[in-house]
Design a protein around this ligand. Structure first.
Ligand code: 5GP
Ligand code: ZN
Length: 113
C-alpha cells in the first residue's frame, strides 16, 4: 500500500530501529514508547486490521507471535510482557496496517495501564 506508514517502514523508506526481521515479519522500536521496552510487530503484507485476517493471511499472525517470543527472550523480558493489538479507531488504532505491540520491563495494570 503506497500511503501506508508501516509499509514504508518495512521497505526502509522511513527509518526505524529494527529488532527483528524475517520473510514474514518486521519489528521495530516504537517512536513513542509506553514502557521501557516497546516494539511494534507488523506482517510484511498489508493487512489493515484484525478484522481483515482470513484463511489466506492468518499464518502471518502465528509468525508474529513466534517473533514476539524470540524478541522478548533476546531483550530479557523474563518477568512477563504485554502484547496489545488495537483494532479500529475507538480501540485506539492509529495506523491501519495490523500490528502487535510488545511492551515490557514495567508492571502493567488490567484491563488498562
Ligand atoms: P496504534 O495506536 O495504531 O495501536 O499504534 C501505532 C503505533 O505506532 C504507536 O504506538 C506509535 O507511537 C507508533 N508509530 C507511529 N508512527 C511511527 C513511526 O514513524 N515510527 C515508529 N517507530 N513508530 C511509530
Ligand atoms: Zn501497510
Amino acid at each position: 500500500m503506497e500511503d501506508c506508514l508501516f509499509c514504508k517502514i518495512i521497505k526502509g523508506e522511513i527509518p526505524s530501529k529494527k529488532v527483528f526481521e524475517n520473510d514474514y515479519v518486521y519489528a521495530f522500536l516504537d517512536i513513542e514508547p509506553q514502557a521501557p521496552f516497546h516494539a511494534v510487530f507488523v506482517p510484511k503484507a498489508h493487512i489493515s486490521s484484525a478484522n481483515d485476517i482470513n484463511d489466506d493471511n492468518a499464518f502471518y499472525i502465528g509468525e508474529i507471535f513466534k517473533a514476539i517470543k524470540q524478541v522478548a527472550k533476546e531483550n530479557g523480558l523474563t518477568d512477563g510482557y504485554r502484547i496489545v493489538n488495537n483494532c479500529g479507531e475507538s480501540a485506539g488504532q492509529t495506523v491501519f496496517h495490523i500490528h502487535f505491540h510488545l511492551m515490557g520491563k514495567r508492571k502493567f495494570g488490567w484491563p488498562a495501564g
